[in-house]
Design a protein around this ligand. Structure first.
Ligand code: NAP
Length: 306
């Protein structure tokens, strides 16, 4: 990658941020575009993408600093996805619906925010079409069941509404957080009307009716790779052919997806979501198509998956 006096800065903020794969994926994409467009020096995408560990109490200072150094844009990870909103000048409708921002860019009128997680989540589902979609037969028939009610679950709820799912159920372990989660959709009545929340022990009655089950908890993530949010017996309650989607991308596959495959379900992991949410963000910043294949292959190489 070429860094010159004209290089613009991009980055990711989080706390901690060391675990983020975004610098790897975005810098590979930028290096690829530079190589591809090497002959047209004028249009060279001249960017570098850095990790910024920002403590929650320093978030406001960090944004003021980004304004001062004319940072072009940044991604946001835990714990800043909601806290950033009052510090921005404008957020997109999708970010408003989700209640969280994962992508920010500097425009003429200041800092703009959006959320590309729902887009990323949808990409592998939208790729399933025709005969590959057996259970459900169509998204408008589908009942989605989401395990967890944190930040990622919010993007999944919005995405399931966008898919047209008939019913969206959210399962969580804390009654207070579940109630808050349900109330937080009051500003989007079209989503609130489809969403029901329930405690974990409601799972046995919900699972046989479920067409798409999503693990939006960190259970099963490296290093606790033998954990799953569900037992083998619970997983067997799902219809064969239904879709099990784990937002986790390391390990590949997770225990949850191994159980799903054994139960005859269609398994999808979180890698494509990671790639697609990143590609959508990069396109906003550099205003040209992102090299999605390069971004995907960079992560696969890093994770040593063929
Ligand atoms: P989060 O905001 O911390 O939410 C985590 C949720 O999981 C909370 O509802 C939490 O419940 C629940 N949970 C945690 N441990 C649990 C357990 N042992 N049993 C049952 N529920 C449990 O995290 P997040 O940002 O939503 O991320 C969730 C997962 O999605 C992570 O693995 C993350 O890496 C992944 N993710 C992937 C992508 C991607 O691009 N593929 C994007 C975003 C997130 P409590 O509140 O009760 O603790």
């Amino acid at each position: 990658m070429v860094i010159t006096g004209k290089t613009h800065l991009l980055g990711v903020i989080g706390y901690p941020v060391e675990h983020s794969f975004s610098p790897l994926m975005h810098n590979a994409a930028i290096a690829h575009l530079q190589q591809e467009k090497g002959a047209e020096k004028e249009n060279l995408p001249n960017y570098a993408y850095l990790p910024f560990p920002i403590q929650p109490e320093r978030l406001k200072d960090a944004i003021a600093g980004f304004t001062a150094i004319a940072l072009k844009g940044f991604n946001i990870t835990i714990p800043h996805k909601q806290a950033i909103i009052p510090l921005l000048d404008d957020i997109s409708d999708v970010a408003k619906a989700i209640g969280a921002v994962n992508t920010v860019w500097r425009g003429e009128k200041g800092w703009h925010g959006t959320n590309t997680d729902a887009f990323g989540f949808l990409a592998p589902l939208e790729a399933l079409s025709g005969s590959s979609l057996t259970v459900p037969k169509s998204w408008t028939d589908a009942r989605a069941l989401i395990l967890g009610n944190g930040g990622a679950a919010r993007a999944v709820v919005a995405a399931c509404q966008q898919l047209g799912c008939r019913k969206i159920s959210g399962v969580g372990r804390s009654p207070d957080k579940l109630a808050h989660f349900a109330e937080s959709w009051a500003h989007t009545p079209h989503i609130a009307a489809k969403l029901q929340v329930m405690p974990w022990d409601a799972l046995p009655t919900q699972m046989p009716k479920t067409d798409l089950i999503v693990n939006a908890t960190p259970v099963g993530m490296h290093p606790k790779i033998n954990d799953s949010p569900l037992s083998d017996d619970e997983m067997a309650l799902l219809k064969p052919g239904a879709i099990a989607y784990d937002l986790i991308y390391t390990p590949r596959p997770t225990k949850f997806l191994q159980q799903a495959t054994a139960a005859g379900l269609l398994a999808i992991d979180g890698l494509e979501m990671l790639v697609q949410q990143g590609a959508a963000a990069l396109e906003i910043w550099i205003n040209q198509p992102a090299p999605v294949k390069v971004m995907r292959q960079t992560l696969l190489n890093y994770l040593k998956t063929p």
